[in-house]
Design a binder for this molecule. Sequence first.
Ligand code: E4P
Length: 226
Amino acid sequence: MKIFLDSANLQELEYCLKRGILRGITTNPSIISKEPKTDFFKHIQKMADLCKSHRQNLPLSVEIFTPHPHEMFAQAQEVLQKVDYENINIKIPIGWGELEVIHQLAKEKIPVNCTCLFNEAQCMLAANAGAKYVSIFMGRLKDIGADPLPTITNVRKMLDAIQSPAEIIVGSIRHPRDISDAQIAGAHIVTASMKFFETMAGHPQTSKSVQGFLDDFKHWMSTASN
Ligand code: E4P
């Protein structure tokens, strides 16, 4: 399963790029709003430049920030014009008017990440309209008492059955365990903030083992040779 970074923080992005763990990056307007106020396009350009400087041409999802479907196509074009990066993906929330925009972008070969998806029907419509990614919000489903895992599994089965090229991104991660659960349920990709990857890299038995090796070696080094 591929890992995407769900953040617009330049330092987090750089830490992850240095470790080579990412296969993509996702942002949304709330994520952008957590960063110091600056020009939106310049900030996205900085993210793209970081990817370029690390020679990692990762798909970078940039979400549209108009609620009006008739303005979305033009806004997507503005992002593509103003940001010099060959792997910009446009994030469009699901909706009846929005499906037309997704299809229009897909026809222009502009990769679309359809976002804010909460059930099988929404995912199917998005995939049929031509979305490259369907983003299911795991944590926000749990917030309303629903179990997101059967939804992920069903969507994966449905996509596989029609041989759809669309991939499932599971976002809205609240716990490292959500990442393995999403993988087992059938997600192609999980997008999460860096803190989860840091936690995943550690294990109490790893720390104990490494410490044991170092202690044994230190003891051996300090004993006199025969
Ligand atoms: C996914 O693409 C979204 O950016 C994200 O995961 C939403 O997560 P949240 O529920 O933590 O805001």
